[in-house]
Design a protein around this ligand. Structure first.
Ligand code: ATP
Length: 254
């Protein structure tokens, strides 16, 4: 029996009434003959937090780049708020915040100047106050006047997070945000991510950290060879047995 058939009619009606913030249909990205992303479907509503796990080379970063409009798909489409994504248009960028491997910070600008530069691109109101709040939120108030290039890796990660959230985006895409963070910085990140689960935002996070990834998620996907080998609600997985489950899904998906 198809999964939809078992859904209670009233639940199905409610779900269909809420417009997905992010949706992808048949998403494909090819590099030559190699498919890095191989037919991914996705639908996320406000308040959902999807964690994507998967082995090296599974196409997770490529998928995030497609979802954020930084890569053009070979096939399929991405919609944000029901409209096809066009990242060349500023109003899209205003709706999305990204923390990626690239960092997207200017090494010779200070932490505060990086945020100011970004905020001016979006013509944000109350920029000084936004900058103050975000630096405080990620614990970088005392580094506001340090050049980004002089910050440690973990501090740059935190600045990248402040930058990604400065414009209060409705969709937040995070690629390995825990990499290189010390335990204190990881707990700062956890509290920033918890604050994002306010029902207004939609978050997609890629991580190899099973514990942190599970803790935050409302939905979980395991990506293997460009496809979701498993995707479902966080409540459908048992935290204690998740590592074994993950390894099984990866082995079966290879
Ligand atoms: P990791 O966990 O190691 O970060 P990932 O799941 O994020 O891996 P991707 O970085 O998305 O994987 O890469 C998926 C595949 O696509 C890899 O085999 C990679 O070599 C390939 N790939 C990524 N970018 C390019 C590119 N610009 N040109 C050719 N191949 C690419």
């Amino acid at each position: 029996m198809p999964a939809e058939a078992s859904t209670a009619p009233e639940a199905a009606t409610l779900e269909s009434e809420v417009e997905p913030v992010l949706s992808a249909r048949g998403l494909v990205k090819e590099y030559g003959v190699f498919r890095a992303v191989d037919g991914i479907d996705l639908e996320l509503r406000a308040g959902e937090f999807l964690t994507i796990f998967g082995p090296n080379g599974a196409g997770k970063t490529t998928l995030l780049s497609l979802l954020g409009g930084r890569l053009r798909p070979t096939g399929g489409e991405v919609r944000v708020g029901g409209e096809p994504l066009d990242f060349s248009v500023t109003r899209w960028r205003r709706r999305i915040g990204v923390v990626s491997h690239q960092g997207m910070l200017y090494a010779h600008l200070t932490a505060a100047e990086n945020l100011r530069f970004f905020g001016r691109l979006f013509d944000l109101d109350d920029l000084d106050e936004r900058i103050r709040l975000r630096l405080e939120q990620v614990g970088l108030t005392d580094r506001a006047d340090f050049e980004a290039g002089q910050l440690s890796h973990g501090m740059r990660q935190r600045l990248a997070l402040a930058r990604a959230l400065l414009h209060d985006p409705e969709l937040v895409l995070l690629d390995e945000p825990y990499t290189g963070l010390d335990p204190h910085a990881a707990s700062v990140l956890r509290s920033v991510l918890s604050a994002l689960r306010d029902g207004r935002r939609t978050v997609v996070m890629v991580t190899h950290n099973l514990t942190q990834g599970l803790r935050m998620a409302t939905r979980i996907a395991v990506q293997v060879r460009g496809r979701f080998a498993w995707e479902g609600a966080r409540s459908d997985v048992d935290a204690a047995g998740f590592e074994a489950f993950y390894h099984r899904v990866v082995e079966d998906g290879r």
